[in-house]
Design a protein around this ligand. Sequence first.
Ligand SMILES: [Zn+2]
Length: 262
Amino acid sequence: MVWPAIIIGLLILIWAVSLGKMHFGLGLNSKAGFLNDDRTAGGHSKKNVLLVVAHPDDETMFFSPAINYLTSRAHNLHILCLSTGNADGIGNVRKEELYLAAAVLKIPCQHVKVVDHPDLQDGFGKVWTTDLLVAIIEQEIHSKAIDLIITFDNYGVSGHCNHCDVQRGVRKLLQNTSLQVEAWELVSTNIMRKYSGPLDIWLSMLLAGRCVDGQMHCVLNESPYKSYQAMAQHKSQWIWFRKLFVSFSSYTYVNTLKRMKI
Ligand SMILES: [Zn+2]
């Protein structure tokens, strides 16, 4: 009975040290060199960033480290949510919840756009047409003068088909556009890392640090509690297992962003 107690004690200690690292920035700092790259926006210090997600709550459950990083540095962050999340018939409720969560995350409601299109409905087995996604995302890039896109990678954290379709849409857009915009995708991790909470920050920093060509960056969440508060605004989704998910998911604490290859 001694060893399990020692292991649990060690895990609690590392958990606490990890939270301290995020809060106080001990030693290594969060890196997001993609925002300092002069190839975007002609070298302007503040970027217009578009976060492209599939459903209300994706922004908080998966991308809040990047969101908190961007808003704390006064970048202009916009959210494009490509469905209302109407799988259970409560799309209008979920749309309003997204605005409330955005307010907690310091994103103005006029920077949040939720698409309600008959061909972009929430659910497994609902294939989203890539060309339609390209048209919608491209229009948003034009209207908001977007420099940089953040979205899912080709596994989409959970393998949800809507998440994967969003990545395909962004990728196809970049392949066929002359726009000066770059895209960064959220790196999906295996299930062990996914549910390791803040413990994963160390491995994420190590892996991103080994990528010397600047194509991968690790962003730590400076305010995990704010992420928790934002997720609580998604009241229709705020049930016990999502509370556990937000607490134990590494995506609450760290985002590894990789430059999308086209
Ligand atoms: Zn989703």
